[in-house]
Design a protein around this ligand. Structure first.
Ligand code: SAH
Ligand code: SF4
Ligand code: F3S
Length: 483
């Protein structure tokens, strides 16, 4: 059902429906009444802001938060000096947690300036009891806390904090509901993330995600395809299919479907010109998937394949279910089958027990695969994970190894970038260049960034661009016109 139909089907004068999405649409109607009344008093619309930390999945969740807030009658803004702010948190590494505390510290003076302001926190970090306790004690101005499983109940919680409850803290430890019809407001008119599954069952020994996002649940392929079709009709040209391990998509559905089948179907939706996905796990990257990417020119020429470590011993301790040789064989195979695809990766340095020799193995893989780009992270201990109980590597040693790895990663990325010198590709224009006037910034299918002459009217459109001037990890190019 559409938003309008759902809104029309609830009666704000009557009792709230028992549960499900209708109950939330009922509270959206209630909030609409509330914000309209406030607007009359204030002489302006109430304002709200969503601050996002973390991965693409959180970014997508934030679009749902924005959707709910907009429909409730708030005017959305980018800055935090608004009537209502919500922080959507990440806790994958400790610096994500620290980031939130820093922002809350800064936000405090905005509340002092205007006591009618309200703040809320949701997302992965709120699934951790110690973090919630700390916020209750040190940041008591926060009115609303909820987690990852009950995001769709946001309208109801919002209603409660605006109708007398000083603090609302609602934390669930699981959910089987996938709310399909909640409102969404995309940040970009021309591209969108799409959740294809939630949660993760892999339990890599360093990782908190399975504990804060719960067990794997796949959405029905029909629902996903309907969403893609709707997005296409609404002007979206690039989609990114999102899941913690997209390769396990569909295994637990009543009628099992593979990720390769889903990707193939999404690539065939008319007017979707680019399909990305994030993240596949190397342990179950199928031959079918390689074939589907190869056959579909609109499947992005970019495969993000998280390595984490190149040492068999460490990979085993990480519970990654592949060896160095298996990873190398897969990467080689992808390079052969889809030669124009960029291969990027994630690597962790300083996992418990990791020695310089282990890092040498990782560096060896980086050289052999010649990654086009890599995100390198210093291991961060997450309490409750198996790795937190293992013997930790001293900070100094982690930093030394990290520097060595970073150098190698930059070498291969530069080398790969240079290979494209002089070639011409379609680029999807994403924004005006804020450094060079009269230039826009676009992205190639392989995820590389290129700057070229152009203006804001090109945003969301494809231009052919010749890659003239390599600047390390990106290019300046000639704009050869719309593609
Ligand atoms: N499901 C995805 C992404 C998970 S989080 C995947 O498996 O690739 C993104 C990246 O953060 C991971 O790939 C990993 O490199 C890094 N990461 C996760 N936990 C970490 C930790 N405790 N310390 C440092 N990096 C971590
Ligand atoms: Fe974390 Fe591993 Fe799941 Fe990725 S696959 S989210 S690294 S447990
Ligand atoms: Fe962070 Fe949660 Fe994503 S912990 S990386 S926001 S799934």
């Amino acid at each position: 059902m559409t938003e309008e139909a759902l809104l029309a089907s609830v009666d704000p004068a009557g009792p709230a429906p028992e549960d499900g999405e209708l109950r939330q649409y009922y509270f959206i109607r209630k909030m609409q009444e509330f914000t309209q009344n406030r607007e009359r008093v204030l002489g302006r619309k109430m304002t709200a802001c969503v601050v996002t930390f973390g991965c693409q999945m959180n970014a997508r969740d934030s679009e749902k938060l924005s959707g709910i807030l907009s429909l409730c009658g708030f005017a959305m803004q980018d800055k935090e000096d608004v009537d209502f702010v919500i922080y959507n948190t990440c806790t994958v590494r400790d610096n994500a947690d620290q980031h939130l505390y820093g922002r809350l510290g800064q936000y405090h003076h905005l509340i002092r300036e205007d006591r009618s302001r309200k703040a809320a926190i949701c997302g992965c970090m709120m699934q951790e009891k110690t973090a919630v306790e700390k916020i209750r004690q040190s940041y008591s101005f926060v009115s609303l806390i909820f987690g990852t499983y009950n995001l769709y109940c946001f309208p109801e919680y919002l209603y409660r904090i605006y109708h007398g409850e000083k603090h609302v803290i609602e934390l669930w430890d699981r959910s089987d509901t996938i709310a399909e019809d909640m409102p969404v407001r995309r940040k970009f008119p021309w591209k969108s993330g799409i959740n294809i599954m939630f949660g993760c069952d892999n339990f890599c020994s360093y990782c908190i995600v399975p504990y804060v996002r719960g067990r794997e649940k796949s959405r029905d392929p029909e629902d996903i395809l309907r969403e893609v079709e709707r997005l296409a009709a609404d002007g979206v040209v690039e989609v990114m299919l999102l899941g913690q391990n997209v390769n396990s998509y569909g295994k637990n559905l009543d009628t099992p479907v593979s990720f390769a089948q889903l990707l193939d179907a999404v690539c065939k939706v008319p007017s979707i010109r680019r399909v990305r996905f994030m993240t596949p796990h190397p342990k179950d990257f199928s031959e079918d998937l390689i074939e589907v990417i190869r056959r579909n020119p609109n499947a992005a020429r970019h495969i993000h394949l998280p390595l984490q470590s190149g040492s068999d011993r460490i990979l085993r301790a990480m519970n990654r279910h592949y060896t160095k040789e298996q990873f190398l064989a897969l990467a080689r195979h992808i390079r052969e089958e889809i030669p124009d695809a960029a291969l990027t990766t994630d690597i962790i340095v300083g996992f418990p027990g990791e020695t310089a020799a282990d890092v040498d193995e990782t560096i060896d893989v980086v050289r052999k695969v010649s990654f086009d780009n890599a995100y390198t992270f210093i291991y961060s201990m997450r309490s409750g994970t198996p790795a937190a109980r293992m013997e930790q590597v001293p900070e100094e040693e982690k930093k030394r190894n990290f520097e060595r790895l970073l150098q190698t990663v930059q070498e291969t990325a530069r080398k790969q970038t240079l290979l494209l010198q002089g070639k011409t590709y379609p680029a999807l224009i994403e924004e005006e260049n804020d450094q060079v006037k009269g230039f826009v910034t676009g992205r190639l299918s392989n995820n590389m960034i290129v700057h070229m002459p152009g203006d804001a009217s090109l945003i969301g459109k494809f231009c052919m661009v010749r890659l003239d001037d390599c600047r390390g990890f990106y290019y300046f190019g000639s704009n050869l016109g719309l593609a």
